[in-house]
Design a protein around this ligand. Structure first.
Ligand code: COA
Length: 372
């Protein structure tokens, strides 16, 4: 038996949530192509779709969105925990710890019935932006902004970050980013979440495992690294030298390549348009031009295309979002997908427990410590 390193192409579950054709560059949530959702749906609509398997009607959406908006406040001890985190802490670590701590104050934490899990998922989607914004305000010595009890999740998040309402066009751009990041089949963090709850651990344990897994630069951590790279390069004329030198050293260009897509990630195509739009509407052409230049080099040199983290980095930068919050925005959105998959795992659970191909020695005799 040959080990499937990285579990590449291994099918470990049946799912009705997310479809990907990596060769054709197709992504769909519950059968709806990502392009249609990005053009037409709000993030709240997509969350409903992922959890309930159908688009909500007007009344259902209003009730659902209102329900989420009402649950944005954090329990006081969790807010205090967030505010007491060291200002140099990584926001993903703060998020992971705070989400885990939410379980202490949730009377339904240990109840894994469908109803309780849906209610907890709602609270988590609603409260994640509050955690991120509160930490960012506190580390900048700014007063924490109370979440609004209305408005979309994207609008409210930008409001809590800035302390004032932002242009509605920016909220819509963020909303599209959230739609694009909401689910992606059995990516590493979603898999981690499903593995955790397959032991019948609770939903908070599942999403905490998922947040920790998302942090890595080969997964959600790549978006921050993309922007750091652009800032380090600094000028369009320096792109070629920088990328070629990185490739010669066998380094990886962040935001490029994908385990499943063998063509351009459909989310990156959409984000590329938004990156261009932002460059033409106040942000200036530099970042977009650098990115398209890098895209061209990587396509030519390695036959690799951008993934979701490539152009999203410049979109967030142009919105004035601090670099180290990019991955938390990914988490804020993916919370919807993680919880959808956790619900699906609970609905038809079997312990996930693969095996390794053992390559070590056998039949060794124990040597007493004095003789080693
Ligand atoms: N830059 C340079 N080379 C890359 C690359 C990148 N971003 N991504 C893949 N490659 C190369 C590898 O060096 C390797 O080349 P080799 O066969 O000559 O050694 C080959 O492509 C296969 O890469 P590998 O890392 O084995 O593919 P994977 O399927 O395990 O990894 C990623 C997929 C996403 C982890 C990988 O493409 C990557 O590290 N990308 C950068 C991080 C990133 O953007 N992550 C976000 C993903 S949404």
């Amino acid at each position: 038996m040959k080990a499937a390193t990285g579990l590449e192409d291994v099918v470990v579950a049946e799912s009705e949530i997310c479809y990907i054709d990596g060769t054709k560059g197709i992504l769909a949530y519950r059968g709806y192509p990502i392009e249609e959702l990005a053009d037409n749906a709000t993030f709240e609509e997509v969350v409903y779709l992922l959890w309930h398997g159908k688009l909500p009607n007007k009344t259902e959406l209003e009730k659902f969105s209102k329900g989420l908006a009402q649950q944005r406040n954090l329990p006081k001890p969790v807010l205090d925990l967030v505010l007491s985190a060291p200002r140099e802490a990584h926001p993903m670590d703060v998020l992971r710890t705070a989400v885990s701590a939410l379980a202490f104050y949730d009377p339904e934490a240990e109840d894994s019935s469908l109803g309780a899990n849906l209610r907890k998922a709602g609270r988590l989607v609603a409260q994640t932006p509050t955690i991120i914004a509160a930490f960012n305000r506190a580390r900048n010595d700014l007063p924490v902004v109370e979440p609004l009890k209305e408005k979309s999740l994207a609008e409210n998040f930008l409001y809590m970050l800035a302390g004032q309402e932002m242009m509605s066009v920016l909220s819509r751009v963020l909303d599209v980013c959230l739609v694009l990041h909401a689910d992606h089949d059995l990516n590493a963090s979603t898999f981690a979440g499903r593995v955790a709850v397959s032991t019948l651990a609770d939903l908070y344990s599942g999403v905490t495992a998922a947040i920790g897994t998302l942090k890595g630069p080969l997964h959600g951590g790549a978006n921050t690294r993309v922007m750091q790279m652009l800032l380090e390069i600094g000028e369009l004329e320096k792109v070629d030298g920088y990328i070629h030198s990185l490739l010669e050293r066998k380094g990886k260009v962040m935001g490029i390549g994908h385990r499943v897509y063998k063509t351009m990630d459909p989310r990156a195509k959409i984000l590329k348009q938004y990156s261009k739009w932002m460059s033409e509407h106040g942000c200036g052409p530099l970042w977009y031009n650098m990115l398209t230049r890098i895209e061209g080099i990587m396509q030519k040199e390695k036959g690799l295309d951008p993934n979701v983290d490539f152009y999203s980095a410049s979109v967030y930068y142009c919105m004035g979002i601090p670099l180290d919050l990019y991955t938390t925005i990914f988490a804020m959105s993916r919370m919807a997908g993680w919880t959808a998959h956790i619900l699906e795992q609970f609905a038809d659970n079997r312990l996930i427990r693969p095996i390794t191909e053992y390559k070590g020695p056998l039949n060794k005799r124990f040597v007493p410590i004095a003789k080693r």
